[in-house]
Design a protein around this ligand. Structure first.
Ligand code: ZN
Length: 256
């Protein structure tokens, strides 16, 4: 909040100085555009803080590419080309309204510095090893995007929960798995360094959306056929703490 207000004041000053009537467009986000914007922490979500106060509209203001979930753990979130999609437990994606809230998500304005052809990778582990070979360092957050054909994607979604919320592990035990064969689509993922374990999932985390937007979910495994991989190194991480009694009262231990 404080940052938004500071930014607004700066914008007004700039507008006054240059005689412009507004401060929109690229200049508004110039300082933070290379940062990842994250809502809450994985540790909090895992511990049952499954309702937040940040809207998908706010996510869209802070990035056009990302992953996450919705209040009550109501399915998997995929943010692609500035559109927030929800893959509910039915497995059929839908576009989300800006007012819908999230307890946990990360987004970035996707501006890749590196491209590579990723093909014939028989598993998610093989894909991770391939991206590893492209990372210039393991000490930054990276956004990773793959577009193309996949011989197989094993994706999942989870059913919406009601308070009192269970733990993430208890919800994942109820997951529905979708086996997608021979699909064209986009993999939306992030790499987080080991030292950010607990803040987010260390290593890779991918969500998937088919090109026709008829299927998707959190990626459990995959077989990459022929894709274009793009890598975007973040300059920083902006962490938004949930403004909720659940987060205030949660016991969030140090992560190993
Ligand atoms: Zn996920």
């Amino acid at each position: 909040m404080k940052m938004t207000r500071t930014l607004l004041i700066s914008c007004l000053l700039v507008a006054l100085l240059v005689g412009a009537s507004s401060c929109g467009g690229a200049s508004e986000n110039a300082v933070e555009k290379e940062n990842v914007y994250q809502v809450s922490t994985l540790g909090a979500l895992s511990g049952g803080v499954m309702a937040g106060d940040t809207t998908c509209g706010t996510l869209e203001e802070n990035g056009d590419f990302g992953i996450g979930t919705f209040n009550g753990l109501d399915g998997e979130m995929v943010v692609l080309n500035g559109i927030v999609y929800q893959v509910p437990v039915s497995g059929v994606p839908r576009v989300v309204k800006p007012g819908v809230k999230t307890p946990f998500a990360e987004v970035k304005f996707f501006e890749p510095e590196k491209n590579a052809t990723a093909e014939d990778l028989a598993s998610l582990d093989a894909l991770k090893a391939f991206v590893d070979s492209l990372l210039p360092s393991r000490n930054f957050v990276f956004a990773v995007r793959l577009d193309g054909t996949f011989s197989h994607v094993k994706a999942r979604s989870v059913p919406k929960q009601k308070p009192p919320y269970p733990t993430l592990d208890q919800v994942v035990a109820e997951q529905t798995v979708f086996e997608l064969d021979g699909v064209t689509g986009t993999m939306v993922g992030f790499f987080y360094p080991d030292y950010l374990s607990g803040v987010n999932q260390a290593g890779y985390h991918f969500h998937f959306l088919t090109g026709d937007r008829k299927a998707g979910g959190h990626v459990l495994d995959c077989s990459v056929d022929n894709t274009l991989l793009k890598l975007d190194q973040a300059e920083g991480l902006e962490l938004e703490f949930p403004d909720s009694p659940d987060f205030e009262g949660a016991t969030l231990p140090a992560q190993p």
